[in-house]
Design a protein. Sequence first.
Length: 303
Amino acid sequence: MPPDGFLNLIKPPGMSSHDAVAWLRRLIATPVGHAGSLDRAAAGVLVLGVGKARRLIRWALESEKAYVAEVTFGITTDTLDAEGRVLNERDASHLTAAEVEHALVRFAGDVEQQAPAYSAVHAGGTRLYQLARQGLEVPVRMRTVRIFSLRLLNFVHHSEADRMGAGHPRARIAVECSKGTYIRSLAADLGAAVGCGAYLSFLVRGRSGAFGVEQSMTIEETQRAIENCCLESALTPMDAPLSAMPAVILESGDARLVAHGRAVRPPGSAVASGLARVYDTSGRFIGVAQLTAGEVRPHIVVV
């Protein structure tokens, strides 16, 4: 039987999210999807839905994210990160940690962000990065995101590290944010706010919802698990992203009906509405159901 569950992969820099999906799919010959892409140059948590877990990826996508971002000031690029072409360079040696901390305050809460020109956002059926690579005009795409927390972890002035280049201080910033937040855009906006420009020079995602970097697996560890036929035991259970949902436990007869796509009305069930996790009395996860006035109607079945 093919494995079902979520792989908490620590993606190395240089590998795209699409590459990671294709790599795992080739190794295990099972459908795989990702729960939120991570830029090629970035590293950190990339959640992969394996087998039937792909049907539950939408809830993993909705989760909050946590990053540590390195921002370099005094340089702007067309991709807003280190992979792009330098557009402008200026001396930012006057910048201080206090100025950066003061500017960070304005980006907390609900923020309007412009999607980077080199991003996967669609415009008329074409992704923005495809237009940008062809030298075509890229339409402005705005979105509202929520930034829960911004903290300056470290600020290094050019005089403290000559290898960085004179006039280009760097800051490490911890960010906790909603899905869809572009950290590249945040870095560029921060550079504009302090008046010297900036780009995202490195990024690490430390958490995606219930999946933290402490429990993640490297490429090499994943390959060994596959070679030793123990990948399934290394996967996170399919219901992990659903912890915020209420749980419904059904007796074996009702559980079988729900597993076969039938709605049931368990005896003594409370009047409720919304989505819920469904289990049988042995603790086996059946799937997600819609609750309406005591009726349990299958929404997504994974058994």
